[in-house]
Design a protein around this ligand. Structure first.
Ligand code: ARG
Ligand code: ZN
Ligand code: CA
Length: 243
């Protein structure tokens, strides 16, 4: 990738209650977190342990809010089957999904913080969904998921990143510079967190693609960066975004 990757973002807000109708400031706070986390300017980046400092990445992708679309609804929850992305079913259709990252803020339900579509899927459902309670920083967002990291994690999936534990016991996330993890980690594990996968090593619990609390995640790796960047070159699954 030669030039800068700039991702235009449209945020689609579906609300029944006033709390679900998150403010423009709340929305911008999520964009700001994405810009920090994907450019290694997050204030906690310096917490990366020295063991991992050599692989900690400045991904170099920026996000630009271009539009907020709001729609009132009488639905109390939207689930994880893309109903919120379909105007015929009461949702909001994505705007220019070949050239725009669409985000939906709504109540998902079932304790789900967010979910994303991987590259290569239907453009009619492309984008990421983040529950209104976890969209952006503080304000409407609730602890311990109040630092916008659900957005950073879900956009990682949208850019082809797998969970760091590979969704299997000591599984493979297809990235060589992330250590093998036994499973998902929660809370804020104390470093060093020794893996029970062999040979003995420490897990990178502070990676955005784990499941820790927001304050416990603050890095991507160079290998994750390569995987994401590959999407935007000519022939890549998201080449419409230009470079
Ligand atoms: N896909 C995960 C979920 O819905 C999101 C995890 C985000 N983690 C976080 N600390 N914000 O549960
Ligand atoms: Zn995930
Ligand atoms: Ca790995």
């Amino acid at each position: 990738v030669n030039g800068k990757i700039v991702i235009p973002v449209v945020v689609n807000v579906l609300y029944r209650t006033a709390a679900e109708n998150i403010s423009d400031a709340q929305i911008q706070s999520q964009i700001d977190v994405l810009n920090q986390d994907y450019n290694a300017t997050n204030p906690d980046f310096n917490s990366v342990p020295s063991e991992f400092a050599g692989v900690a990445a400045n991904v170099g992708i920026t996000f630009e809010l271009v539009q907020v679309i709001r729609k009132s609804t009488n639905k109390t929850s939207w689930g994880t089957r893309d109903v919120m992305k379909n105007s015929k079913r009461g949702g909001i259709d994505p705007t220019s999904p070949e050239t725009t990252l669409n985000m939906w803020a709504c109540t998902i339900g079932g304790g789900i913080l967010g979910y994303a579509q991987f590259p290569g899927g239907s453009s009619s459902t492309d984008g990421v969904v983040i529950d209104s309670n976890y969209f952006g920083v503080s304000g409407a967002a609730s602890y311990p998921y109040n630092l916008g990291r659900t957005g950073s994690h879900e956009v990682g999936h949208w850019m082809n990143l797998r969970h760091i534990w590979g969704d299997a016991s000591c599984g493979n996330d297809l990235v060589s510079d992330t250590p093998v993890h036994k499973t998902s980690n929660f809370g804020v594990p104390t470093y060093p967190y020794v893996s029970t996968c062999l040979p003995a090593h420490n897990e990178m619990t502070m990676n955005y693609m784990d499941y820790t609390d927001d304050r416990g995640m603050y890095m991507f790796t160079n290998g994750q960066k390569s995987r994401m960047s590959a999407l935007f070159v000519s022939g890549g699954a998201r080449s419409g975004f230009g470079i």
